[in-house]
Design a protein around this ligand. Structure first.
Ligand SMILES: Nc1ncnc2c1ncn2[C@@H]1O[C@H](COP(=O)(O)OP(=O)(O)OP(=O)(O)O)[C@@H](O)[C@H]1O
Ligand SMILES: [Mg+2]
Length: 251
């Protein structure tokens, strides 16, 4: 199963990706996390893992990828055939306790251009990736919905939106519901950093309580661990249930 974890900036996507990945691994799944956010550098620290080499580098680097894209009028295929988890080249993933981590590529320099190269490579890669039943891939997306525009969400089986208590998240929950519906992908939500009042507002925006897999309050230990670049650990039964429900979802 392939899952995209999305939501507005700072809602808690990377936090939820890290916490869910641990639960999937504990349930015996072989987990691949794809860090598909070109702007943030700290996901590996949430997992207490080393960063791998950026996957765009495997294809010659961002400039080469862009050149291939432009010379082919954006039809270039970067991969041949299907890929298994075991096909990911050494150095382009790190691994710990049943979790593999890949990084699409980051913006490093001023004026280096947009992140289309990384988006195109990841869309094609995820499309080619064939997973066995006990394997799960989780994409930690960049903030917002550009990844829908790039077509990356068309390649996943399930969309999980993280909603923080904000007007923007309430609006985005509706929009992501529509976008997922058009792609015919099941969409679920995690309400994060909410209290009773904000929970009700978000529940109303989402409309269907069955779609809300977990509700998390502000957890000071998460804020502190994230600040110090330490591994994120959280006991939370709703998140355990959410992981189980995702694993049980029939695609
Ligand atoms: N339940 C929580 N309790 C306390 N702090 C949280 C919780 N969830 C996330 N945070 C904090 O909120 C901030 C944003 O979280 P995170 O980086 O996971 O969000 P994000 O959606 O991935 O952000 P970005 O859009 O920048 O990628 C971090 O400081 C994180 O520690
Ligand atoms: Mg993030």
């Amino acid at each position: 199963m392939k899952i995209s974890v999305c939501g507005k900036g700072g809602s808690g996507k990377s936090t939820i990706v890290s916490l869910l990945a641990e639960r999937f691994a504990a349930a015996g799944k072989e987990v691949l996390i794809i860090d598909s956010d070109e702007s943030n550098y700290g996901l590996h620290r949430h997992l207490s893992m080393e960063n791998p080499k950026e996957f765009t580098g495997f294809l010659g680097g961002k400039e080469e990828v862009l050149k291939d894209m432009m010379l082919s009028n954006f039809t270039h295929q970067f991969f041949e055939g299907q890929w298994k988890l075991s096909d990911i080249p050494k150095g382009y993933y790190t691994e710990k306790n049943g979790i593999k981590l890949m990084v699409s590529g980051k913006i490093h320099q001023a004026n280096e251009g947009c992140a289309c190269a990384m988006g195109t490579v990841m869309k094609q890669f995820v499309s080619r990736l064939t997973l066995e039943e006990n394997q799960i891939a989780i994409l930690d997306m960049e903030a917002g919905i550009e990844h829908f525009g790039r077509g990356l969400d068309d390649e996943v089986d399930l969309i999980l939106m993280v909603c923080d208590p904000s007007y923007e998240s309430a609006k985005l929950a509706v929009k992501i519901g529509e976008l997922s519906g058009r792609l015919q992908k099941p969409v679920y939500y995690v309400l994060n950093k909410v209290d009773e009042e904000s929970r009700k507002v978000l529940e109303q925006a989402i409309g269907d309580p069955e779609r809300i897999l977990a509700v998390l309050p502000v957890e000071p230990e998460l804020t502190k661990a994230a600040l110090l670049g330490q591994k994120l650990i959280l006991e939370n039964s709703e998140l355990n249930q959410a992981a189980k429900k995702i694993c049980r979802t029939q695609i």
